[in-house]
Write a new protein. Structure first.
Ligand SMILES: Cc1ncc(C[n+]2csc(CCOP(=O)(O)OP(=O)(O)O)c2C)c(N)n1
Length: 340
């Protein structure tokens, strides 16, 4: 399909006004805003620590995509499970994992979720039902179906939310999973985070057809969602979760979103212009859009936003401090929790 005939990648704020009208209370709206700002500030700090040489290996930031995970998580049930790729710090925080433990894992310290031995892509919390953090592109899609199978088998009423990127969407294992998930009516919501680039390759050049229709052949309903609008995400999430939870099988949600930073910290981003990034940040930023909505619909004051920001600043500063002062793991830790 010629690129020009495609639908626009990002839905304009005007076009999504209808979804943004989804009513929520001022309190709930402030919580969503807080959760998005926490992810943004946490990731900015992680980027700084990486620049200072405190974090080794890779570091994939989620900045710009916050509305997707915050909107999804805001309507999930406690028994639901989550699984995602390497771009995972936002998913952990949204799932309720502690900033201190996530940051300390990034710096390789004993206070981290994997005692500093795993880093960014090897952190789990069975308690919060967060199952990683996978470095192999699309691996989390079949594993997510396994989690969904377990929900069904145990009849615990849970749904698995499995996130993957537009690049991952072109892998064969995704479609083997779609087939089984649809056949067995597994309780799973596939969340395709279309952030417009798979490393340095634009989705337009790498993916044929509309991504939200990739489940059509399996009878999996697919919807395109303005992933820069947390209220639109929340609304789509609620109905997708309800569909999956009620035994009707999987749903595919294509979230149209955007990452502001490079693929990882080592990406100079030469495949796109600075103007493109600035335009989307100026016109579509999920944090600013929700701020404007809360001001317009609930008269939330600047003072309130400032107070929320101050609390987050303290939390992130504390996490950074903890991540730098928590000791490195003892050498004996090399032999604990090793499964292979
Ligand atoms: C099986 C496999 N192939 C290739 C890679 C290298 N790789 C890491 S991330 C990535 C791009 C994935 O892009 P996308 O799924 O759109 O996710 P995003 O980074 O945009 O969140 C590639 C090719 C890998 N980690 N695993």
């Amino acid at each position: 399909m010629p690129a020009a005939s495609r639908r626009p990648i990002l839905v304009s704020p005007k076009a999504s006004k209808r979804d943004a009208g989804a009513q929520i209370s001022a309190q709930e709206g402030q919580r969503l805003w807080r959760d998005m700002v926490l992810i943004r500030r946490f990731e900015e700090k992680a980027g700084q620590l990486y620049g200072m040489g405190m974090i080794g290996g890779f570091c994939h930031l989620y900045i710009g995509q916050e509305a997707v995970v915050v909107g999804m998580q805001s309507v999930q049930a406690p028994q639901d499970s989550v699984i995602t790729s390497y771009r995972d710090h936002g998913h952990m925080l949204a799932a309720g994992m502690e900033s201190n433990g996530v940051m300390a894992e990034l710096t390789g310290r004993i206070g981290g979720y994997s005692k500093g031995k795993g880093g960014s892509m090897h952190m789990f919390s069975a308690e919060k039902r967060f199952y990683g953090g996978h470095g192999i592109v699309a691996a989390q899609v079949p594993i997510g179906a396994g989690l969904a199978f377990a929900h069904k088998y145990k009849k615990d009423g849970g749904v698995c939310v499995s996130y993957f990127g537009d690049g991952a969407a072109n892998q064969g294992q995704v479609y083997e999973t779609f087939n089984m998930a649809a056949l067995w009516k597994l309780p799973i919501v596939f969340v395709l985070e279309n952030n417009r680039y798979g490393m340095g390759t634009s989705t337009q050049r790498a993916s044929a057809g509309d991504l939200h229709r990739r489940g059509d052949a399996y009878g999996i309903p697919g919807h395109q969602v303005d992933g820069m609008d947390v209220l639109a995400v929340r609304k789509a999430a609620a109905s997708a979760l309800e569909h999956a939870r009620s035994g009707q099988g999987p749903v595919l949600l294509e979230m149209q979103t955007y990452r502001y930073r490079g693929h990882s910290m080592s990406d100079p981003g030469k495949y796109r212009s600075r103007e493109e990034v600035e335009k989307i940040r100026d016109e579509q930023d999920p944090i600013e859009r929700l701020r404007a909505w809360l001001q317009a619909h609930h008269n939330v004051t600047d003072e309130t936003f400032k107070t929320i920001e101050a609390g987050i600043k303290d939390e992130v500063a504390e996490a950074a401090h903890f991540a730098q002062t928590s000791p490195e793991p003892d050498e004996r830790e090399l032999y604990t929790d090793v499964l292979a």
